[in-house]
Design a protein. Structure first.
Length: 242
């Protein structure tokens, strides 16, 4: 089940951090690393700091966007501080490890880590079902990237050793790519009905993303919602041609 967990590093600026993250992963039995738009590709410093985990670096996939990195994942958890404009469902590190292992038998799980200085953007965090905050010392909460990867990888391994992976969830959740297609369909339908005005969309889609990410509709429920949207669009076309 550990092979089902993907570590995603977004726009990493220091190549050494990629190697240190790979080392942190390997010590906990994780092997799936994805690099999203790194400032520079892995280099000699990455390999040196990987300290025996250079195979994880060599097999790492590099993609241009976070959406592509998590497209085949049914659960996406992004690292974040709590101070955001729109609150998202939050997990602590232990809960994140347990949830990852509970769902790993059904689909790929992504743990997403942002830029060293600024973390993940609000748009990137909206691609995540949950946000996770590591409860560090509030007086000195300076975790570097590899430390954060090590902490969450450890919690995943502890959940795996505790046997959480033997209790798969019954639900079939849609992949992130399917969920994104639903959001595109929803937005287009709301534009067609005039509920959203294109020049002034406001925060409607952000709030709806938060609602559906929190609700986590299953595959068949998402199909029903897509069917409803399609019927609304057909009705609009029919009215305009009458």
């Amino acid at each position: 089940m550990l092979e089902q967990v993907r570590i995603v590093l977004v726009n990493t600026s220091h190549t050494g951090n990629m190697g240190s993250a790979a080392r942190a992963m390997k010590t906990m039995g994780l092997s799936d690393l994805c690099l999203v738009d790194p400032v520079s590709p892995p280099d000699g410093q990455s390999v040196a700091l990987a300290a025996g985990a250079s195979d994880i670096l060599a097999n790492a996939r590099t993609v241009p966007t976070l959406a592509e990195a998590v497209a085949d994942c049914g659960l996406v958890i992004g690292t974040s501080a709590r101070s955001r404009t729109w609150s998202w469902p939050m997990l602590n590190a232990r809960e994140a490890g347990e949830k990852a292992m509970a769902e790993a038998p059904k689909h790929k799980v992504a743990l997403v880590f942002g830029r060293e200085r600024t973390g993940l953007t609000n748009e990137e965090l909206q691609l995540c079902h949950y946000h996770v905050a590591i409860p560090a010392n509030p007086e000195y909460s300076s975790l570097n990237l590899a430390m954060a990867v090590q902490t969450l990888s450890y919690e995943v391994r502890m959940a795996w050793l505790a046997g959480t992976q033997e209790q798969p969830v019954a639900e079939d959740y849609p992949l992130a790519s399917d969920l994104e297609r639903f959001y595109e369909h929803l937005e287009q339908t709301l534009l067609d009905t005039g509920f959203i005005i294109k020049p002034h969309p406001g925060q409607v889609m952000t709030k709806l993303r938060r609602l559906f990410n929190r609700a986590r509709p299953e595959d068949h429920e998402l199909n029903i919602l897509r069917g409803i949207l399609t019927s609304v669009q057909r009705r609009i076309v029919k009215k305009t041609t009458e």
